[in-house]
Design a protein around this ligand. Structure first.
Ligand code: NIG
Ligand code: FE
Length: 425
């Protein structure tokens, strides 16, 4: 049981069942001061004032068995839901990093043989266990920063065999980590060298081999596509989404990172999320505002690529589009496992309020993964996934940047302090 909590952010609101948070609702944190949260068997069983939990006669027996964690002068919130990560790679891309510092753009580097393709060979060569260990290390780093649920994409193998190997490595890592992992097949990340000039044959491979095999082996929940200039077209994406739907999988896509992309044809497939959106068009903003597809913004990529412009968060939120925030952890454009840093970027570079950034990183992240019934807020019956921060005011979460203030997380009832873990009831 967590007790004496300085500020508890429940992220609960009366009309939460209706859909992801949008507009003014995005800043409703459901804040309770001097609060308590009681967890049992991996679930939240009570949320309220500290004094009420101690008085509740029905909770007496449970309380006797409970471990008590005093959270005086601390902030407790739902663990972050990092709904967009690419952890299945072997090593950093340091030459790309230097080329960019010398003035080359992300697209120029890719055209010159760097970019996503330069991460492929090492993944193809790696064993499943080597890859699994690297992925597990990334999950742990994310967790140290307050993340308790994450989405993990494949996408650096680009053959049937190495994409399935990446997904199995993600599954292995997920089995060794007490948090929650949602897996996504990103076979359509880029056209691999051996298919250069034969994009449609590669799309066939994704549709007829990768997707059905990954689905049959129950390795993934979602299929993702990098839909942009120099990657896959809207037409390719529709074909891939159709194959995903035929295999019973959900869809999501990287869109408008580098150029304007027409979203209407993709929205017909009811994607759980569309991500990046730097170059989203006004009439597509209006369409996004009418649906439940989450717009996932990943400002870590803009920061790391040294861009002046960031995704138009204010415009999206003010138009009523449900917005989420994620790290986009990957070796090319956003090598950060830190959701607090992303929150800080959201506030300083995209003018999101601290409260909006927190809701975007929790409850709306959960919607972006279709996990809203279990994750993203602290309510009786939901998974006991919590993050405890060593700060007195929630606004300090994005305020202190590049410093880790996460004291501990709770993953389905299991306490993870930086050193070791213990079961909590
Ligand atoms: O989300 N845009 C495509 N995918 C990644 C970058 C991947 C890479 O460069 O390795 C992104 O930014
Ligand atoms: Fe990405």
């Amino acid at each position: 049981m967590l007790i004496n909590i300085g500020q508890l952010l429940t992220l609960c609101q009366a009309n939460d069942h209706r859909g992801p948070r949008r507009g003014r609702d995005l800043k409703e944190l459901g804040l309770i001061e001097d609060a308590a949260v009681l967890c049992q068997e991996g679930k939240v069983v009570f949320v309220g004032k500290s004094r009420d939990v101690l008085r509740d006669s029905r909770l007496k027996k449970r309380l006797r068995q409970a471990i008590e964690i005093d959270c005086k002068s601390q902030v407790v919130l739902p663990g972050f839901v990092d709904s967009h990560t690419h952890p299945a790679f072997i090593r950093p891309r340091l030459t790309d990093f230097e080329r960019r510092i010398s003035g080359a753009s992300y697209e120029e580097i890719a055209q010159a043989g760097g970019g996503i393709r330069s991460s492929v060979e090492a993944v193809r060569k790696a064993s499943r266990s080597e890859l699994g260990e690297i992925i597990l290390a990334a999950f742990k780093q994310m967790n140290e920063q307050g993340t308790t649920t994450l989405e993990a994409k494949s996408g650096y193998g680009l053959t049937v065999e190495s994409e399935l190997k990446s997904l199995r490595a993600i599954r292995d890592a997920a089995a060794s980590w007490p948090g929650t992992v949602v897996s996504t097949l990103l076979g359509a990340h880029t056209v691999p060298r051996e298919f250069q000039g034969h994009c449609s044959s590669y799309v066939d491979l994704v549709c007829h081999e990768m997707i059905p095999q990954a689905a049959r082996r129950k390795l993934v929940q979602f299929v993702d596509v990098f839909t942009d200039r120099g990657a896959f077209s809207v037409r390719d994406t529709e074909t891939i989404f159709q194959a995903a739907a035929a295999s019973g999988l959900g869809v999501r896509a990287h869109v408008c990172q580098l150029s304007e992309i027409a979203l209407e044809p993709l929205l017909r497939f009811d994607p759980a999320s569309l991500d990046h959106l730097d170059h989203v068009r006004d009439h597509d903003i209006a369409k996004l505002a009418r649906g439940n597809t989450v717009a996932t913004l990943v400002p870590g990529a803009n920061y790391f690529l040294g861009l002046d412009k960031f995704p138009p968060a204010r415009k999206l939120i003010d138009a009523g589009v449900p917005v989420a925030l994620a790290t986009d952890y990957n070796p090319g454009s956003s090598p950060t496992p830190s959701m607090p840093f992303v929150l800080s970027l959201a506030c300083t570079q995209m003018r999101m309020l601290p409260a909006e950034a927190i809701a975007a990183a929790t409850i709306n992240g959960a919607w972006a993964l279709r996990l809203e019934k279990r994750k993203g807020s602290i309510a009786a019956g939901k998974d006991a996934d919590l993050a405890v921060f060593e700060v007195e005011d929630y606004r300090e979460l994005p305020y202190w940047f590049a410093s880790s203030r996460c004291a501990l997380t709770i993953l389905k009832g299991l306490v993870m302090a930086n050193a070791g873990s213990a079961e909590v009831e």
